[in-house]
Design a protein around this ligand. Structure first.
Ligand SMILES: [Zn+2]
Length: 214
């Protein structure tokens, strides 16, 4: 599904999944945290979760269609997965927001991640890649309504245990913006989620504040 990035719409046999998520934080788990933004909560239903996972290439087209249909068939189970997804999202945001501010994450949030990680690892497997040279990749087994959470938990675990990337996690300095991102700028000085939105707004705000104080 790599050719269907960025706000494209794809039609599957069972349903239409609309891809509308901004996936530019630099890591999947941060993109996931950013689904709760100052503009609103963009992940409130199981269909939203499947759409996020499909747009993030966590699911292939057939699995996404199957999960979407399962979500409509078993709404109680789907609602349960959404509650867990939102709990995981809150924990991911709290941990990386704390780390970006130089604080230690709360044990409670780490417990939430470890709870999901335990369920995730049951389904995790190593597969050989199709390349000629002997390489391997992580993958998953089993069709399961929890599937969208597996890659997200693993992404958060990978980022937390990485030496380099963890130090690059930032939270946007824009007023009322809580966007998390990986700062890949050369000098590690990126402050805003995007120059077009928060960057320009904040520069204008600071400019007027300076003028007023004169
Ligand atoms: Zn921002």
């Amino acid at each position: 599904m790599s050719d269907e990035h960025d706000r494209a719409t794809t039609t599957t046999t069972a349903t239409t999944i609309t891809y509308t998520f901004d996936l530019d934080a630099g890591r999947l788990c941060l993109d996931f945290a950013n689904t709760l933004a100052s503009s609103g909560d963009h992940l409130t239903t199981y269909a939203d979760l499947v759409a996020f996972a499909a747009q993030s290439d966590l699911l292939n087209r057939e699995d996404a269609a199957w999960l979407h249909a399962e979500g409509l068939r078993d709404r109680v189970r789907a609602d349960g997965v959404v509650v867990r997804a939102q709990r995981l999202r809150a924990a991911i945001y709290a941990m990386f927001s704390a780390l970006a501010a130089g604080r230690k994450p709360r044990e409670y949030d780490l417990d939430q991640l470890n709870f999901e990680l335990a369920a995730t690892l049951t389904h995790a497997r190593i597969f050989p890649t199709p390349d000629a040279d002997a390489r391997f990749r992580w993958g998953w087994v089993g069709r399961n309504m929890d599937a969208p959470l597996w890659g997200i938990s693993r992404s958060a675990a990978d980022l937390l245990t990485s030496q380099q990337d963890l130090r690059r996690v930032r939270e946007c300095s824009g007023t009322d913006c809580r966007w998390l991102f990986l700062d890949t700028s050369k000098n590690r000085t990126r402050q805003w989620c995007s120059m077009q939105s928060c960057g320009n707004r904040e520069k204008a705000r600071r400019h007027y504040a300076r003028r007023r104080s004169r």
